[in-house]
Design a protein around this ligand. Structure first.
Ligand code: ZN
Ligand code: ZN
Length: 225
């Protein structure tokens, strides 16, 4: 993350896991060794092993949303870090027990698991070390998609909302294309241009880059220049 951020002991490492190379993240404070797991795809072992190697104390398992490619490895992660609480937006509270909604049924391997421990709400904050992360409800790809934004680090974990030069799929029964574009424009594009976005698939990008070059959600205020 940003070199000259006021707090520079926070690190993020991506692991592209499972059938769709879903980016799952270890976000941790080198100073205190507290860490979060963001999303749990199939085969989370490399992420678990890295957390152990770093001696991290995982306190939170946060799901950006509950599609199976972000959820399928959760039992293994929970077992590895039994003290960690699982966080999921309230609008997908029942998706952990619903294989249709979490898309695993359609994938041919119905998957259900225990409910989340904590239901996230828009605007709430979560602290990691000395940094504060705001939970933004950014629906559209799925109704309970969240973006985690850390203003002090100019960093955002955006799940399947916004990708490098692309956006999340909106063709699922519970998706809403207009709402997805609205979430991007009215929430993500208001973050500073230098904000680094860590997406659920593919390479990282920045808000400034996407405002200028994203073909699906152009920002007229910069495109016009
Ligand atoms: Zn998804
Ligand atoms: Zn995904």
């Amino acid at each position: 993350m940003s070199q000259d951020a006021p707090t520079n002991t926070i690190r993020a490492q991506a692991f592209a896991l499972g059938h769709y190379a879903t980016n799952c993240y270890l976000v941790f404070d080198e100073d205190t060794s507290e860490g979060w797991v963001i999303d749990c795809s199939w085969g989370p072992k490399p992420m678990i092993e890295k957390a152990r190697e770093l001696g991290l104390k995982i306190t939170k398992i946060i799901l950006t949303h509950a599609h199976v490619d972000h959820l399928a490895g959760i039992d293994e992660v929970r077992k590895a870090f039994p003290d960690a609480k699982v966080y999921l937006h309230e609008d997908e509270a029942d998706w952990t027990s619903n294989a249709e909604k979490n898309l695993s049924a359609g994938h041919g391997q119905p998957f259900t698991t225990e409910p989340a421990d904590v239901l996230l709400k828009d605007g709430q904050t979560l602290d990691l070390g000395t940094t504060t992360w705001t939970v933004h409800h950014t629906p559209g790809h799925s109704p309970g998609s969240v973006t985690l934004h850390c203003p002090a680090l100019n960093a955002a974990i955006v799940g399947d909302v916004l990708f490098h030069r692309s956006i999340g799929r909106a063709d699922f029964p519970t998706s809403d294309y207009d709402q997805l574009k609205k979430s991007i424009k009215s929430i993500l594009y208001r973050f500073p241009d230098e904000t680094v976005c860590m997406p659920g698939h593919g390479e990282p990008t920045t808000i400034g880059d996407e405002r200028r070059y994203n073909p699906f959600v152009p920002d007229p205020s910069v495109a016009a220049r």
